[in-house]
Design a protein around this ligand. Structure first.
Ligand code: BGC
Length: 445
């Protein structure tokens, strides 16, 4: 049986969350409207038309929730700062009540002996900035930099661990290409400028923190998925390379100073030429102290000429009769091991932290308990795969489980439950699941 101590005495253990998914108080205490507030008001965008209004009510219950983090035995609490709570219109006037809230939250973590890891952007862009084009507009960079400076100056003496962006590929693809996340935009003419401004933001944000905060430990996060060709046919192999360039390489390579990954896909080559991105390679570069990896599934892909642009198609876990979570995501711990190794192979990646990993299941609260044996098994498999990578000499310094408690799972609303703690969204009562107790036991040993 795997134990936390197998990872060594310095290994860091945490749980991750994000402001829009847990905070609630969505239109209270001076907070401005975010693109997710607007998106949830558009009919049919979110399952069951769930809204963000109260979410887990973390805004009012953060003390109790930090106590849960501690009770489960974690050292780190990862949360995000809501940009529109600090700057209701995205720039300009600062909302002092928002500033105070994060001071209280940080102080509470420190008082309870929990180390805060703060994400600066976890997808809740101020709507006022989206009205100017959001991530597609060049003006976003100055606005983001100003927001980063405010956070650094306010909190930098207490918070040393920072994450610039959460999953840039996630929000640029789902929000600006496929339209299934906020702000609901589609097409390459939105996607490419959003990619470029995002790649600039991650590096510029890092540089600001480096200049403003002494002894800062600065990272950013990337979603990652092993891309597995369905067959060894040349077409499938090339399709897998295109998907890999898009899903795994698009943002880390500019940060490492390599520019956008144009070699395996002529479309990215065109993007580079059309936007002259090579001229910005230096601006997109930043020497991160750690790279945050977030893994949920591998993708098996097949060439398909009818799929526009990418000409690749996912062969779902279900149709291949593979084990999968309630999201339909394949459970494959070996693919986690493989993708961690893929990222670790970049010569300039010094240190990797797993900043999210977890699974949704159809949890049921029965007589006060949630017996989520599948989630426990998931963590056992994934942690064993991580330990294998670590024991082979990869510099992995920590792991954060997604997530503390069931919360607002974006387009899935409150239906997809990823928490170690069950949330009753009517009463807001928290109940530790069996997996939460499993973690408590695991971290004791
Ligand atoms: C995001 C989280 C999300 C999780 C599960 C990640 O992409 O960072 O906000 O809840 O995956 O879908």
């Amino acid at each position: 049986m795997i134990k936390a101590s197998d990872f060594g005495p310095d290994f860091l253990w945490g749980v991750a969350t994000a402001a829009p998914q847990i905070e609630g108080a969505a239109d209270l205490y001076g907070k401005g409207t975010s693109i997710w507030d607007s998106f949830t008001n558009r009919k049919g965008k979110i399952k069951n038309n769930h809204k963000l209004g109260v979410a887990c009510d973390f805004y009012h219950r953060y003390q109790e929730d930090i106590a849960l983090v501690k009770l489960l035995g974690f050292q780190i609490f990862r949360f995000s700062i809501s940009w529109p709570r600090i700057l209701p219109l995205g720039r300009g006037e600062v909302n002092q009540e928002g500033i105070r809230f994060y001071h209280h939250l940080i102080n509470e973590c420190l008082t309870q002996g929990i180390t805060p890891y703060v994400t600066l952007y976890h997808w809740d862009l101020p709507q006022a900035l989206e009205d100017e084009g959001g991530w597609t507009s060049f003006s976003i960079n100055a606005a983001f930099n100003a927001f980063v400076s405010i956070c650094a100056l306010e909190y930098g003496d207490k918070v040393k661990n920072w994450i610039i962006l959460n999953e840039p590929f996630g929000y640029t693809s789902l929000g600006y290409m496929l339209g299934i996340h906020a702000p609901g935009k589609t097409g390459l003419s939105n996607f490419f400028p959003a990619v470029l401004h995002t790649a600039l933001a991650q590096a510029e944000g890092g540089k600001i923190l480096r200049a403003e905060i002494s002894q800062a430990n600065i990272g950013t996060t990337y979603s990652c998925s092993e891309i597995i060709p369905y067959t060894q046919s040349e077409n499938d192999l090339l399709a897998a390379k295109r998907v890999d360039s898009l899903m795994n390489r698009l943002f880390i390579e500019p940060a490492l100073g390599l520019g956008f990954p144009t070699a395996d896909w002529d479309l990215l080559e065109k993007f580079q030429i059309e936007y002259g991105t090579w001229r910005l390679n230096d601006r997109m570069k930043f020497d991160f102290d750690f790279i945050g990896l977030q893994n949920y599934f591998p993708l098996t892909v097949k060439f398909n000429a009818f799929i526009p642009v990418i000409q690749a198609w996912e062969v779902k876990a279900k149709s291949r009769k593979k084990p999968h979570t309630a999201m339909g995501w394949e459970i494959n711990a070996n693919s986690f091991y493989n993708i961690v190794k893929q990222f670790a192979a970049y010569p300039n990646v010094k240190n990797i932290m797993i900043t999210e990993n977890g699974a949704a299941y159809h949890d049921k609260l029965i007589e006060g308990s949630v017996v989520d044996a599948e989630r426990i098994e998931y963590f056992e498999l994934y942690l064993a795969a991580l330990l294998k990578a670590k024991n082979e000499g990869i510099n992995i310094s920590g792991y954060m489980a997604w997530t503390l408690m069931d919360n607002f799972e974006w387009a899935e609303g409150f239906n997809a439950r990823f928490g170690l703690v069950h949330t009753d969204f009517k009463t807001l009562k928290r109940t530790i699941k069996y997996s939460g107790y499993w973690w408590q036991e695991f971290l004791r040993n």
